[in-house]
Write a protein that binds this ligand. Sequence first.
Ligand code: ARG
Length: 583
Amino acid sequence: MNSKIKIELSKELEIIFQMDLLKSVSQTEYQIFNLLEKPKDTSFGQMALPVFGLSKALKLSPNEIAKQVMSYLVFKKNEGMFSYIEEIIAISGFINFKYKSKYLTDELMTFISHEPIGFKPEKKNKKLVIDYSSPNVAKPMSVGHLRATVIGQALRNLAEAQGFEVIGLNHLGDWGVQFGKLAWAFQEWQTEYDFKKEPFKALFDMYVRFHDEAEKDPVLNEKGAETFIKLEKGDPEITKLWKMFVEISMKEYQRLWDRLGVKHDLVRGESFYSDKLEDAIQRVEDKGILELSEGAYVVNVGEDMPPCLIKKSDGASLYATRDIASAIYRKEVLGSDLNLYVVGVDQTLHFKQVFKTLELMDLDWAKDCHHISFGMYRFKDLGKMSTRKGRAIFLEDVLNKSVELVKEIIAVKNPSLANKDLVAEQVGIGAVIFNDLVNDRVRDVDFDWNKILDFEGDSGPYIQYTSVRCLSVIEKFDGQKVSNYSAQNLQSISFEKEELDLICMLLGYENTLSLAFEKFKPSIVANFLLDLAKSYNSFYNKHRILGIDDENLSARRVLLTEHTQKILSAGLGVLNIQVPIKM
Ligand code: ARG
């Protein structure tokens, strides 16, 4: 657990230790905060300080240290944080701190009453520009783009929770020689395709065909390159075609973004920078770092990587050039304080080259540009996915498959469920998103349907199901009634261990969001939600909530249920996962 109660306690303990016990020991070696942990057995308390390590440094036995710390705490009993501590128990090398439940519940009530829950109330006055999803025109989004999309949107939500002003950018891949190729292909072959019925499919098929044919006949590539130069020069006919390609593609992506709940603030595709490239290149040149190499212009970005290609010998601009212009735009026009690129690990070199070029241009904000890289998908059971002609796996096929599989599960488990299609969509898509986000983004992700849709495993549906369970408890108790029981219900002294465990889990939410943003890792939120759901379920399985004689006790447990549901739902919201009411 990483919450306010831990931070406060560690601060006070550090003072005590620094004053006396640790005087002779290097402070940095013993950061109480990093040592404090959740006790293995929470019946001893909510926080434990292991003293084994200190024992060596202080040349005292763990029990001796515990005794000494305790003797200090006796004096501090009613001061600061310690006034909230009911009992301190030293046991087998650990000092356990048992908090007063009133303190814990007060903390919970305060933080849960601020909406949106876990969001910092104060604004940061800092602008964060984040580039995510950014697919390539005429190409279907692949599962690789799923990562760029859902990690990006989650980070965007987390940044908002931290009080940043966020500008979400779609750096649409809408420029480059491939559009010369596509325009040429369109002019040659358009009559052979049905653009009325399935325009996007027709575009993609044409794209694939061009590449197949160009392999046999390289002249096609020359045609494509010539046509792109025309496009760069603003040829009206080619420009009209290009616009149509972009429109058709955006319509297609929009459908997917809608299903995933993804929103951008601005579309600033690569083409947006075409009239800003000259200036960018000029600025590189003015710095004296533009070099001619085999007819092309490059920037030497150091021994450890190949030069960054700025301008090809035929004058065409490049992906990197557009990224340089775009970084300048994000800083100088949009006013970004932090500039994030959510893009796969395969583009690491590209971003290193671009950022290094910015640095060599003496742009001190180059350090505020970060490539938020992520690993690839590894498919376990490709058998269940039809890969169109063995090419990339399309995101839409994955989403559809997931929804279809959830429909099958519902048909078996809960055939009388209302709004089956809606629930299947929420659960199916949520499952795919969760499976992506629960993994530390830098690692590769296993794609295994059995795991993704395991309602009892570490999955999205498990969390959604726990939330549904909470809602049904609240409904059965009669939601109206809970509000009649005020916060007083939470102030009983006789809490069960599972209740206190749950309260402590809930208290960790706020810091989970901060930490997840700090590390740019939505997986921290996803794993927190799993732990929270598990904590609620062990409370639920062990204690009766409804149908007990003591209505006060019942109301208190329903209130805890309500708080759990609120935080599960808030956390799923941060991850862009829908929360079904029934499933
Ligand atoms: N369109 C690129 C791709 O699909 C991603 C663009 C990432 N953003 C950027 N500024 N380069 O691979």
